[in-house]
Write a protein that binds this ligand. Structure first.
Ligand SMILES: Nc1nc2c(c(=O)[nH]1)N[C@H]1C(S)=C(S)[C@@H](COP(=O)(O)O)O[C@H]1N2
Ligand SMILES: [Mo]
Length: 314
């Protein structure tokens, strides 16, 4: 993500550094990328190296067969602003995040909400491995073997009432563990939202792992959302609250720059960000850019947006 509005931290303070870091990283690895892209992943790259607890998951027919992004890249090139704004910050500073005990509150327009210990919350569900494309609004993309279960299964269980039209998600906001929240980069806590039908869609995954293991903290442990047809910032990390609501919830990025980050944020190569094109993306590890696909290639979601002007509802 790129910051625009902030109180003590100006766009001009942040951007040159972010661009410089990205460019430097890119130049450093560019010569090796073409070679790396041409080959399949080495056995080491294609499995977890985090030494985290293993998770049993059944393979999903909803997975892409595209080459996966190496574990190392997925876990060291991150956006998680609660731990800093540079891509390497989360891997460095999220290590100390305490993910147990962890409670998730499910409330609002539901009949069977409550406060749930994370392990009780997850226990009833058969975990699946879903290999999804992930497209960041900044123009890079990755392919990740996530492990989780459909958010819709959990929502059915808590029984939304007729009033439930949207779902609001909230990340932990703990300055003692998250150095980034001491600066007003966003209005903390980080929040995100989906329309109820989007939240119930079979592709929307509540995620607890990747590459066969428990999620590394920098990727949003112990529980994060993955919405593969939307820009990456919708995939909120380290969730502490899921609230069913009647009207469209506020979301952190939309509040910070509404003209840049819409509520829907469906991947759409025909709607540019006000400051850059969204027509192409660079898959991490590739040398050449590729065309970005409508809905990130997840065409089955199109019917949810029939009759909507997706240039207005970006
Ligand atoms: N709480 C929280 N969730 C977040 C973010 C964040 O800064 N804070 N960044 C988002 C963005 S911009 C992206 S691209 C993805 C990155 O997920 P990854 O690091 O697992 O690849 O997380 C999203 N979820
Ligand atoms: Mo992103």
């Amino acid at each position: 993500m790129r910051i625009r509005k902030a109180n003590d931290l100006k766009w001009s303070d942040v951007t040159p550094k972010a661009l410089y870091v990205n460019r430097r990283q890119f130049l450093a690895v560019a010569p090796f990328m073409a070679a790396a892209a041409a080959e399949a992943l080495s056995p080491d790259e294609a499995r977890a190296q985090g030494g985290l607890p293993k998770l049993d998951a059944k393979k999903s027919p909803l997975s892409t067969t595209e080459p996966m992004t190496p574990y190392k890249s997925v876990t060291t090139y991150n956006n998680y602003y609660e731990f800093g704004i540079d891509k390497g910050d989360p891997a460095e500073y999220a290590k100390s995040l305490k993910t147990r005990p962890w409670t998730v509150t499910i409330d609002g327009a539901v009949k069977a909400g409550g406060k749930f210990a994370i392990d009780d919350l997850i226990k009833p569900y058969q975990l699946e491995e879903r290999i999804y494309r992930h497209r960041c609004v900044e123009g890079w993309s990755i392919v990740v073997p996530w492990i989780g279960f459909p958010l819709g299964d959990l929502l059915k269980k808590v029984q939304p009432t007729e009033k439930a039209k949207f779902v609001e998600f909230t990340t932990l906001n703990d300055a003692s563990q998250m150095p980034g929240v001491r600066r007003p980069v966003l209005n903390w806590p980080y929040t995100e939202g989906l329309r109820l039908d989007e939240a119930m869609h079979r592709l929307t995954l509540l995620t607890v792992g990747l590459y066969g293991e428990v999620l590394p903290n920098q990727n949003g442990a112990p529980l994060r959302l993955v919405v593969p047809w939307k820009y990456g910032f919708k995939s909120i990390k380290s969730i502490v609250r899921i609230r069913l609501v009647e009207s469209q919830p506020h979301t952190a990025w939309n509040d910070s720059a509404p003209q840049e980050y819409g509520f829907y944020s469906n991947v759409n190569p025909t709607v540019d960000h006000p400051r850059w094109s969204q027509a192409t993306e660079r898959r991490i590890g590739d040398f050449f850019k590729r065309k970005t696909l409508m809905f990130n290639g997840y065409d089955e979601v199109a019917s949810m947006y029939g009759g909507m002007d997706l240039k207005k509802n970006f």
